[in-house]
Ligand binder design. Structure first.
Ligand code: SG7
Ligand code: ZN
Length: 261
């Protein structure tokens, strides 16, 4: 499959379905959310994250994103509540961003594209392991946080961004310990939720998306730092890692629910 090809041979999102038919499925992500089509659901519970700072392990550049990996060998850092049944284990977080501040997020809200979108990926341990969870409709829960360029940048992004210089090129990895990712949450716990997919091949339809309404703010310098990452390996021609987002996919009758009015 395409998964075995070097990165430079990967086709764009419009051709993913040729090798991964699921990419044209009925529950693909991301989507555009329009407030007028959202259904407020008063039965939606609040969500809670209980994260152990000791679960953070490493930060890496895989040529497509910058990812922080957590120990998920037991119920150490978990997400509960909201639309979920049971506890989901935090496995990794990563980001999607653009080549300029006016785009970069995957989900689009009332026509608004944010500069970046952070994804916290959790899986349901009732399916045994992560690979097993990917095959189940209730296998994975991703919390999405929008990053907006503003005047009150979030100092909490500093830990991740100060590590960027150590993982400039594809394949680089650095230790990343004692980090509580809940510092990245905005103040408001309001969210939208819908059932969708991974935004990269094979685009499995196993994700309960929990998208936080309130964006967090980052500075132009912080965004520039993210864009200083490279798709290329250390001794290869410079190829900036930007625009690693998939465009919105057809909603196909799905209803997005909101925890707020
Ligand atoms: C990023 O987004 C990576 C992927 C992730 C993908 O490219 O973080 O993770 C790995 C292990 O490469 O894919 C299976 C998986 O987690 C899609 O994740 S997303 O749907 O949340 N954007
Ligand atoms: Zn993602």
């Amino acid at each position: 499959g395409v998964g075995d090809l070097p990165l430079r041979f990967h086709p764009g999102p419009e051709r993913w379905h040729e090798n991964y038919p699921m990419a044209k499925g009925d529950k693909q992500s991301p989507i555009e959310i329009n407030s007028k089509d959202v259904r407020h659901d008063s039965s939606l519970a609040p969500w809670h994250a209980s994260y152990d700072p000791g679960a953070a392990k490493t930060i890496l550049n895989n040529g497509r994103t910058c990812r922080v990996v957590f120990d998920d060998s037991f119920d150490r850092s978990v997400l509960r509540g909201g639309p979920l049944t049971g506890a989901y284990r935090l496995r990794q977080l990563h980001l999607h961003w653009g080549s300029s501040d006016d785009h970069g997020s995957e989900h689009v809200i009332d026509g608004v594209k944010y500069a970046a979108e952070l994804h916290m990926v959790h899986w349901n341990p009732k399916h045994g392991n992560f690979a097993g969870a990917l095959k189940q409709p209730d296998g994975v829960a991703v919390v999405g946080i929008f990053l907006k360029v503003g005047k009150t940048p979030k100092p909490e992004m500093k830990r991740i961004l100060e590590e960027i210089d150590n993982i400039k090129t594809k394949g680089k990895e650095a230790p990343f310990q004692h980090f509580d990712p809940s510092i990245l949450f905005p103040k408001s716990r309001d969210y939208w939720t819908y059932h969708g997919s991974f935004t990269t091949p094979p685009c499995e339809e196993c994700i309960t998306w929990i998208l936080l309404r309130e964006p967090i703010e980052v500075s132009p310098d912080q965004m520039a730092k993210l864009r200083s990452l490279s798709k290329n390996g250390e001794n290869e021609a410079m190829n900036p890692l930007v625009d690693n987002w998939r465009p919105p996919q057809p909603v196909k009758g799905r209803v997005v629910r909101a925890s707020f009015k």
